[in-house]
Ligand binder design. Structure first.
Ligand code: FAD
Length: 327
């Protein structure tokens, strides 16, 4: 029987269909270590469980509870495992990734065990009443704290928003959870087909650097400049909705309220005006650089560095300078 620390924080780690820990794992365990003792829950096949438990420990999990997944079922096995772990650990908070899967698991788990849910946190902290979550709301115009009035909060954490990393744990406690399947209705996966990745660029979600382009690029041909700068910096490619609607790039690149939320170390906005719906998805970036020919563009209100000028003149020079620096 494992003894759990009084300040335990339960962390559900997403596992990819290829049996890898998702990229959100370091940030989630880093967040947990800021407010307590990280107890990870890993739902995976028997073959992968040991390897994933060691990886979780190397990212700071003091205890790893493994549970058998059912590769055919979505969400419910993770909710069942989280509910079993919650009963066992009685943690001060439950952290889950703000991923598509994580959001659904967190919501179903919170409803099932009747706990308060705080979504899309960009930070966590602890005060005398317990664990609280920080959020960037109304298009990034305000930062707010949220706390629950009873029980442990269930918090989904925005990927890339938390810089803290936990120290590796050399001798983690790894234990298998006894999970009673709830038999709740679950969607079944019939086949998994990996999308062919045509690009070696990083994924937009969780990327450390993002270069985004807007309507100012003028055309799909013009948008190539965004890709060139992104490749020079080793960054992911993002876009405004106007650029997506105009067909310069596919929707998967859209950053903003109705696209992807990113929180990279560096966000470069090229020919993007900075509408509130765009800012909603990128305002928590650590350093924002904007290049726009309109000195009054609202993007400059949140930019750390701004260049007022024609991007077709400025960006090639920037690429040249960066390439020179690499030599
Ligand atoms: P514009 O606002 O047209 O700005 C283009 C900018 O390029 C201008 O500032 C201009 O000065 C500059 N420019 C032009 N030529 C050059 C040049 N040669 N050199 C340098 N600068 C140049 N938008 C999103 O991005 N993401 C969302 O998720 C999103 N969701 C939305 C949801 C709703 C419900 C609604 C109503 C809107 C949403 N929008 C979203 C749209 C948003 O309101 C803006 O229309 C959009 O962000 C504008 O994109 P843009 O900045 O590329 O274009």
């Amino acid at each position: 029987m494992v003894d759990f620390a009084a300040d335990s924080i339960l962390v559900l780690l997403d596992v990819t269909p290829g049996d890898e820990l998702a990229k959100s794992a370091p940030g989630l365990l880093g967040a947990a270590s800021l407010v307590g003792t990280a107890v990870a829950v890993v739902v995976a096949s028997d073959e992968a469980a040991d390897k994933l438990a060691q990886e979780a420990a190397s990212l700071g999990a003091q205890v790893v509870l493994t549970a058998p997944g059912d590769a055919g079922l979505l969400t419910v096995p993770a909710v069942d495992a989280l509910a079993a772990a919650f009963d066992l650990v009685r943690p001060d908070a439950v952290l889950v990734s703000q991923s598509i899967e994580g959001r659904e698991v967190a919501a179903r788990f919170a409803a099932r065990v009747r706990l308060g849910l705080a979504v899309d946190a960009i930070g966590v902290s602890r005060d005398e009443e317990g664990v609280t979550a920080q959020h960037s709301v109304y298009g990034g115009a305000y930062n707010v704290d949220s706390a629950v009035t009873f029980g442990a909060p269930v918090i989904t954490v925005r990927q890339g928003a938390i810089d803290a990393r936990a120290d590796a744990v050399a001798t983690p406690v790894v234990d298998m959870l006894a999970v009673t399947a709830s038999g709740k209705p679950a969607a079944a996966v019939e086949a998994v087909e990996e999308a062919a990745v045509a690009s070696s660029r990083p994924d937009l979600r969780g990327a450390a650097k993002v270069v985004s382009g807007g309507r100012g690029l003028g055309s799909a041909e013009g948008f190539v400049l965004v890709e060139q700068l992104a490749d020079t910096l080793g960054a992911a490619v993002g876009a405004s909705r106007a650029a997506v609607d105009a067909g310069y790039v596919p929707y998967a690149h859209q950053v903003g309220q109705t696209g992807v939320s990113v929180a990279p170390q560096l966000y470069v906005a090229l020919g993007i005006s900075g509408a509130i719906q765009h800012k909603a998805g990128m305002q928590t970036a650590k350093t924002i650089v904007a290049i726009n020919k309109d000195a009054d563009a609202p993007i400059f209100d949140i930019a750390d560095f701004g260049v007022v000028g024609d991007l077709f003149t400025v960006v090639p020079q920037l690429i040249d300078a960066l390439e020179q620096n690499k030599k």
